[in-house]
Design a protein around this ligand. Structure first.
Ligand code: F6P
Length: 509
């Protein structure tokens, strides 16, 4: 059940009547503390959002009337809340205590197997690189975590192949010895076109080196039977479950490449951060609940203020893949046009998520953020403690981030219109104590839960993704056309282009 039309109208009126962010600060001396939330090693400052105290009060009422706490409880207790696919949504069971429920028992067995395997790979004198083959949720989470935890990486080289474009494969294997490389085929379904093609190519590459390819392959999948039928040994096949959505699967055995990079203990620490955030989401009152407060700010910007995009700008180069990870998490979850019951929605849903690390973005798209006609909310993410030795660089990084937050929200008046800054650009700063496994786990779980809360308020099912299906089935028609050399007449709007392409092909051969 979404926020109802009259409720939405009421919230919208309140948001339209808002004064500027500067005035909101001037009107309320307690604003900074009221709009700040601390949880699980993350300090979140939402005070530069265009939300007044009274609008926040109304939003807190909306959270209560939509029983968001109860919805978390339902999700975590294994109710079938993904009704369109008739599935439970239990990524939280992956990081709960092993004996918490029947699902965490299953997950824990697989975690232990994967952890032991990862440690054997880390200790092996025969392996010096691990390549994950997977796409979407079977790629983005592990890639984010391996990059984000670069300073904890003491295992073999870990690389990622996702794209069907052979360039991705070619780049990933550069400089590696096929006989000394382990491939992890990560796929919930074990049918994904890109992954299966790349896995076959990897198998051929390893086999050609003369080494027994089976010893160099592992699988992380919810379809172990298919992985084993493909040839991967049962011992090196690690299972997760249909109650884990792809984009919510980092804490499952999809994290195997992360375990290889940082070790099983550090991976456990990441799960601990996630679990602590799960409990916080479930238990903390709304005004102190980080994922709920975060979700409210995104809901206000996307639905009430109808701002169509949000820029995610990590002031942490190691989190460079965070915008890509969030693109899938948020847009695949909430990029929907109909509600749970199939009725068309009349309000906005997922914003377009995009971004690049700061300070790089400052020298590229920040011009538009400051002076463009479209207002883009900005989410800044960084950490208090520098991880490397260059403390000066870290201080400069943080100084830049804080300065940008101030400038975007406050703006600056100038006589010359070219040099004026309108300000009033909402932004949030999320500061981790330190970019470590615990905090990164908490941050990722925070985003998972915020995405779910946004979906509940919008009235969409955040856990299905039927929007990817049409393109997949049409791709199969196009593949058949290219194989046969005959364009399919059912593809009316691309038929001439396909014919042109096939003719070019014929001319070449
Ligand atoms: O096409 C979208 C999608 O199904 C995502 O939801 C998923 O994360 C990705 O493809 C990969 O799927 P799989 O893990 O089954 O290979």
């Amino acid at each position: 059940m979404a926020v109802k039309a009259n409720e939405l109208q009421n919230l919208r009126v309140q948001s339209e009547n808002l004064r500027s962010i500067t005035e909101l600060f001037a009107a309320d001396s307690a604003r900074a503390s009221r709009f700040t939330v601390d949880a699980c090693g993350i300090h979140a400052d939402f005070s530069r959002q265009l939300i007044s105290s009274s609008l926040l009060d109304s939003l807190l009422v909306a959270v209560a009337s939509h029983q968001i706490h109860d919805r978390f409880a339902s999700m975590m207790s294994g109710e079938v809340i993904n009704t369109t696919e008739n599935r439970r949504v239990l990524h939280t069971a992956l990081r709960a205590n092993a004996d918490a429920n029947e699902w965490s028992v299953l997950a824990s067995v697989q975690h232990q197997r994967a952890a032991a395997f990862a440690e054997s790979i880390r200790a092996s004198a025969d392996i010096d690189a691990v390549i994950n083959i997977g796409i979407g949720g079977s790629d983005l989470g592990p890639e984010l975590a391996v990059g984000g935890l670069r300073r904890f990486h003491d295992g073999p080289v870990v690389r990622f192949i996702s794209n069907i474009d052979a360039a991705d494969f070619d780049a990933a294997i550069e400089g590696l010895n096929p006989a000394r490389t382990l491939f992890v085929v990560s796929s919930k379904t074990f049918t994904t076109l890109e992954t299966m093609h790349n896995a076959e190519r990897a198998r051929a590459w390893v086999s050609a080196s003369g080494v027994d390819w089976v010893s160099r392959f592992a699988a992380a999948t919810a379809s172990p039977r298919d992985a084993i039928a493909w040839g991967i040994s049962a011992e090196q096949t690690f299972e997760f479950f249909d109650w884990v959505g792809g984009r919510f699967s980092l804490s499952s055995v999809i994290g195997l490449p992360v375990m290889c990079a940082i070790g099983a203990e550090n991976f456990k620490e990441m799960l601990r951060g996630m679990h602590d955030m799960d409990l916080h989401a479930l238990q903390a009152p709304t005004a102190e609940n980080l994922p709920m407060m975060h979700a409210l700010t995104w809901f206000v910007n996307a639905v009430l203020l109808q701002l169509p995009t949000v820029a995610v700008v990590p002031y942490s180069h190691d989190l460079a893949r965070l915008p890509a990870f969030l693109q899938q998490l948020v847009m695949e979850s909430n990029g929907k046009g109909v509600s749970n019951d199939g009725s068309a929605l009349t309000h906005g849903t997922s914003p377009v998520v995009w971004g690049e690390p700061g300070t790089n973005g400052q020298h590229a798209f920040f011009q538009m953020l400051h002076q463009g006609t479209q207002v883009v909310p900005v989410e800044f993410i960084s950490s208090v403690e520098p991880l490397g030795d260059d403390v000066v660089a870290h201080d400069l990084l943080i100084a830049n981030m804080i300065a940008q937050a101030e400038a975007l929200a406050g703006g600056s008046v100038a006589h010359d219109p070219q040099r004026g800054f309108p300000g009033n650009r909402p932004n949030t700063i999320l500061m981790l104590d330190r970019l470590d496994p615990y905090s990164l786990g908490a941050l990722i779980a925070m985003y998972e839960h915020s995405t779910a809360v946004q979906g509940w308020l919008m009235g969409v099912n955040s856990f299905d993704q039927f929007g990817v299906d049409l393109g997949k089935s049409m791709a199969q028609i196009a593949v058949n056309a290219i194989e046969k050399g005959v364009a399919d007449s059912s593809q009316t709007m691309t038929h001439p282009l396909m014919e042109w392409f096939l003719q070019k092909r014929r001319n070449k051969s």
